[in-house]
Write a protein that binds this ligand. Structure first.
Ligand code: UDX
Length: 446
């Protein structure tokens, strides 16, 4: 009999995982405690923008014409407990208010609600990003609460999906990491991931703490890489060098690699910033804080970038924002997402607004979320409208749409042809030859 799978929590991670599991051929039941989310998903609609996800969902959600019918949703833990052989926990673990540590309340609540409903053999698999030591603690809670006792087991299986590539990363993961305590748990997970493994995704089998650490270590490494190149951008600016060339040159070294070396206004989003902070907080609790003090520097280099962009813009408009119009292209923390959580772009826009600038923002997908976070900013329906009458244009999220803008057409509507590229992603030559002053972070002024 094929395994039956439940997915607890249907945000970015859970909705994608549920649809992907159905795509792999399993019967899937997705659970969320927010009824509106369940209603939307049951109708085959996704509460966020993620390329390919809605199509995948529609292909499998029961009741949709032409679907396989393998995917259903519920708000009932009793139903999930009775249905599943494998329960994936995919709820979010945000940063706690006012401190660095990770807020485990959603994961804890999921386990506390699910466990009493487990009256038959099941494997509970944590996918959420958690502080190391959580799996051990949650395994104990399961043992205390599950009526099926020993027949219920825990495993940890961190998720590495990137927003914007969530579907692809879930169906074709570059690695599958499982933290297990028994051969049985490993066997079940090998069955779940048989298809991607047959396609060549490597499987790393390890213990609980290592599997939890893999995720935070990976995100810390990525954050460090970005802050490294941003630190180089600061030095390049001081020395008259070009950080884009520098990145290209060091990227040819296989040991360094060219990816994640784009200097600019830095990283944001729901993962990297909070993960490195939660990692520092957890290391502190474990008495290993010294090992991670460098992450404080990584965080601080990153946050400096936003302030630096604001300063560049202020200098560019003559030293003060008062009475100046600033066009902001991009609000999401990265392209191909509608996510504005801890978005450097929106943070820069907000700071300029607070300093008296008249800011108009345009983003291809993030407008609704941006408006919710920063209702006092101006918003326009297109890049051209945002740029109308602008004293300076800021390119802050590298959407393809912005790379394809026609500098000559934009020149017609602005007050001054001045563009600051906060992502080092526009073609300087094209903009300059259309009469623009183009400036980027960590690169010489022409
Ligand atoms: C990240 C990890 O990549 C993923 O493996 C993990 O599961 C979740 O966290 P995501 O949050 O989707 O994924 O974003 P990512 O693609 O890593 O980008 C993070 C931020 O870094 C973005 O704001 C992006 O603009 C910025 N970035 C990325 C740079 O500033 N420069 C770069 O060279 C690359």
């Amino acid at each position: 009999m094929a395994l039956k799978i439940t997915v607890i929590g249907t945000g970015y991670l859970g909705a994608t995982h549920a649809a992907a599991m159905a795509e792999l051929g399993f019967e899937v039941l997705g659970l969320d405690i927010v009824p509106e989310k369940i209603e939307m998903l049951s109708a085959g609609r996704v509460p966020m923008y993620e390329p390919g996800l809605e199509e995948l969902l529609k292909a499998h959600v029961a009741g949709i014409e032409g679907s396989t019918g393998r995917l259903r949703f519920t708000t009932s833990y009793a139903e999930a407990g009775a249905f599943g052989d494998v329960h994936f926990i995919c709820v979010n673990t945000p940063q706690k208010h006012g401190e660095y540590a990770c807020d485990m309340s959603y994961v804890d609540a999921a386990v506390e609600s699910l466990a009493p409903c487990l009256e038959r053999a099941a494997l509970v698999v944590g996918k959420s990003t958690v502080p190391v030591g959580s799996a051990d603690r949650l395994a104990q809670r399961l043992a205390e609460l599950a009526p099926a006792g020993d027949e219920v087991e825990l495993a940890w299986n961190p998720e590495f999906l990137r927003e914007g590539f969530a579907v692809q990363d879930t169906l074709h993961p570059d690695r599958i990491v499982v933290g297990v305590r028994s051969e049985h748990a490993e066997k079940v997970l090998r069955e779940v991931y048989a298809t991607p493994m047959a396609e060549g995704s490597p499987l790393v089998v390890t213990d609980f703490p290592t599997s939890e650490l893999v995720k935070t270590a990976a995100n810390s490494f990525l954050a460090t890489k970005i802050s490294f190149i941003n630190a180089m951008a600061e030095v390049c600016e001081a020395a008259g060098g070009d950080v884009a060339k520098l990145a290209e040159a060091i990227g040819h070294d296989d040991r360094i690699g060219a990816k994640f070396l784009r200097a600019g206004i830095g990283f944001g989003g729901g993962c990297l910033p909070k993960d490195i902070r939660a990692f520092m907080a957890r290391a502190g609790e474990l008495g290993a804080d010294q090992a991670l003090t460098f992450l404080r520097e990584v965080d601080s280099i990153n946050m400096r970038r936003r302030g630096h962009m604001v300063e560049l813009a202020r200098d560019a408009v003559g030293g003060a924002f008062l009475g100046k119009r600033v066009a902001v292209l991009g609000a999401t923390f990265k392209p191909d997402s509608d996510d504005v959580r801890d978005s450097p772009a929106l943070n820069v826009a907000g700071q300029i607004h607070l300093q008296g600038g008249q800011v108009t923002v345009y983003d291809p997908k993030g407008m609704d979320n941006a408006r919710r976070v920063f209702p006092t900013l101006g918003y326009a329906d297109s890049a051209v409208e945002a740029a109308r009458g602008a004293d300076v244009v800021l390119h802050l999220t590298e959407w393809r749409e912005f790379r394809e803008l026609d500098p000559a057409a934009l020149a017609e509507v602005v007050s001054r042809r001045l563009i600051l590229d906060g992502r080092n992603a526009l073609d300087a030559t094209t903009w300059r030859s259309a009469g623009w002053t183009y400036r980027a972070m960590g690169r010489p002024r022409a």
